[in-house]
Design a protein around this ligand. Sequence first.
Ligand code: GLA
Length: 393
Amino acid sequence: MSKIHLLNEFQSIFKSTATPRTFFAPGRINLIGEHTDYNGGHVFPASISFGTYALAQTRDDQKLRFYSLNFPDSGIIEADLSDLTYNATHDWANFPKGMIKYMSESGFNISTGMDILFYGDIPNGAGLSSSASIEMVTGVLLEGLFDLVIDRVDMIKLGQKVENDYIGVNSGIMDQFAIGKGKLNHAILLNCQTLTYRYAPIELDDHAIMIINTNKQRTLAGSKYNERRTQCEQALAELQTELEIESLGDLTNVQFEQHKHLITDEINQKRAKHAVYENQRTLEALEKLEQGELTEFGRLMNESHKSLQYDYEVTGLELDTIVKAARDQPGVIGARMTGAGFGGCAIAIVEKDKIDSFKENVNKIYTEKIGYEASFYTAAIGDGAKEITKEMA
Ligand code: GLA
């Protein structure tokens, strides 16, 4: 959507002659390190070029008016700075509202109301973190409009708090971190226990990262996400009866094998195994990538999916079908689900000159088995959340 179009929409929807400022927050993919963030492990995500645009303008009063071009039927959603409690009838606008609430409660002076127009090009329900993207675009627009001096990691933590305490999804910090700290052509290796991180350039030469959307929608709140988290916490508590560890991310695979008998429930044992092995796999994957061993990186992606399929059990027919179809194509180095699972997207590393046949073949296999089509996008890794008023001019 062009700048002019967004500006016209803003002025006509809010009946305003103002020239608002424009902000953008990307979505994210995760290359490897799934369901490790809330287990104190490592993740390896990257911000993508799809994301959420927000055009924002302060007001003279305390009113908040939100409008999303993605949900025109909801119309303008109105709230007031004096009442930022969660309100189910405010629907998607609870995400920016929650962010405004927690930023003000943290002492940032948000002195007036605002008109904000949102537009997102992240496919809906695809598991590419559209909700974290809305939270973070709200964070940067507040920072910009009210001249706030806010540490980016603090903003990221507030985004996660919105998800956990305001919306009620017990998610980890990966999504907000990837979006808040994203860097062009780089992925981020993040230690979720200490929040130390470093960037790794993603240079895949004659390969591209394909994002494949199963088009099976998922919502985190409705999924088994919180249940997985509880199972891991139970497993950790049992391991802690003998081991001095803070999280499953503290364990090596060997240590886990030596102590797994402490976990009495068989299912919880499988969940914990995934968390431990996936964390180690993530570290290994980064090493391989940095040594230019792309085939090994792909192999680890494949193993990651297998572990998510059999031990963590968050994949499902659609993701398993698409990942298998992807791997069976010539020129594919590795494929796995990305994000929370239960539908949403997979990623695959594909030789660039095989992309067309890849799409065609995978889509055919998928459609025959599942009954509807998949969608394909080439991932471009872009920058994290920021103001883009000048770039859009
Ligand atoms: C969702 C959550 C993240 C992370 C992933 C799984 O995207 O928001 O915190 O747990 O699932 O890796």
